[in-house]
Design a protein around this ligand. Structure first.
Ligand SMILES: NC(=O)C1=CN([C@@H]2O[C@H](COP(=O)(O)OP(=O)(O)OC[C@H]3O[C@@H](n4cnc5c(N)ncnc54)[C@H](OP(=O)(O)O)[C@@H]3O)[C@@H](O)[C@H]2O)C=CC1
Ligand SMILES: O=C(CO)COP(=O)(O)O
Length: 331
């Protein structure tokens, strides 16, 4: 099949590699001419300094990218999703199945990515929406390392269609799901705890602390799901606990790396300046904290991470604040 990939960053190109290995014809669109040139001439992903298949092509002509196929894979940071969709809508002429691989919630609206698509793309052009999520760092996927993920859509047929596109029996196993809301929330919320896990590592707090964070993070995710009206079943799947584990423990995680730098004393601005790839957890933390305040939800880890990120709270004090809370029943 022909597939257009919107966003030629690390994740867009890692997923393009999977699609190309599955013999699909891939055209990548990116706003950055440097990325397009490196894909077309040197066949490399510059963010990861990795080779990609020669048959993956790239363009910075959005019209060319959108008319190329009827399946669009989006891998752009959620912060630029609205401008990216605006440019797509300007040139779209036929209905498209849209697959999103980005992970975030919009802080201003609390909208999930699927809801932003429904708001921005006229219904006659949005044939369907699928979220692709799960424990999957681009660094490993681009090298063909074993990865297992989930494709979710409210329409099962669309989830199964995406499952077939990406599934590769050598290294890339894909499950399907109809729990779109739960899958999207998991991919977004886990990034906040990955930031916290990086902070713990930066402070040298050890593995016991990290295990506690992952466990209590899952409890905060569960509270969030219940308040947001999401089914908690996916919390125990690849897109919940699976992704929480990988981002809280892998040095590949951009969120973990950013937390680590903050744990070493850098402030948010310095940290972001030093990162070459997007750190989604920052905006999602803002969204989750504001949502918790508005809905009177007690999410202590999210609250402390928010204050470290946005109110320059010393991580040492954030740690003390968590430990000085009154003693409670575990579950
Ligand atoms: N990297 C990973 O391992 C994984 C990432 N994800 C998610 O995927 C999303 C993208 O992440 P990632 O690939 O790491 O990010 P990167 O920062 O590596 O790349 C993002 C790319 O999108 C480009 N871009 C920016 N604006 C637009 C636009 N309007 N239209 C098209 N392209 C645009 C950027 O160009 P420029 O640099 O010029 O701004 C850049 O090339 C995030 O939501 C992330 O959470 C999910 C799973 C794994
Ligand atoms: O979602 C991811 C892995 O599943 C990527 O997380 P990072 O953005 O923290 O690298």
């Amino acid at each position: 099949m022909k597939i257009s990939v919107i966003g030629g960053g690390s994740w867009g190109l890692a997923l393009s590699t999977v699609l190309s290995n599955n013999n699909h014809d891939v055209l990548v669109y990116d706003v950055d001419p440097k990325i397009v040139k490196k894909v077309n001439t040197l066949h490399i992903c510059i963010q990861l300094d990795e080779d990609i298949n020669d048959d993956i092509r790239a363009t910075n002509n959005i019209q060319e990218a959108i008319s190329f196929s009827d399946v669009l894979l989006f891998a752009v940071p959620t912060k630029v999703l609205r401008p990216a969709l605006r440019s797509v809508v300007d040139v779209i002429e036929r209905p498209k199945l849209c697959i999103n691989a980005a992970k975030g919630i919009e802080p201003e609206t609390f909208l999930r990515v699927s809801e932003i698509f429904k708001e921005m793309v006229p219904a006659e052009f949005l044939k369907g929406f699928v979220a692709l999520s799960g424990p999957s760092h681009a660094e490993e996927v681009i090298q063909g390392m074993t990865t297992v993920i989930t494709c979710a859509s409210e329409v099962e047929e669309h989830a199964i269609f995406a499952q077939h596109l990406f599934h590769n029996s050598d290294y890339f196993r894909v499950y399907s799901s109809t729990d779109l809301k739960g899958v999207e929330l998991g991919g977004a919320l886990k990034n906040i705890f990955a930031l916290a896990s990086g902070l713990i590592a930066g402070k040298g707090l050890g593995d016991n602390a990290r295990a506690a964070l992952i466990t209590r993070g899952l409890v905060e995710m569960q509270k969030f799901y219940e308040s947001y009206g999401a089914d908690t079943a996916s919390l125990f799947g690849l897109t919940g606990i699976g992704d929480l584990i990988v981002t809280c423990t892998s040095p590949h995680s951009r969120n973990f790396q950013a937390g680590y730098k903050i744990g070493h004393g850098k402030d948010l601005e310095e940290t972001l300046e030093s990162m070459t790839m997007v750190v989604e957890g920052i905006r999602t933390c803002e969204a989750a904290y504001k949502y918790a305040v508005e809905h009177d939800l007690e999410l202590p880890i999210i609250e402390q991470i928010y204050n470290v990120l946005f109110n320059k709270l010393d991580p040492e004090i954030a740690y003390r604040n968590l430990f000085e809370r009154s003693r409670k029943k575990e579950l």
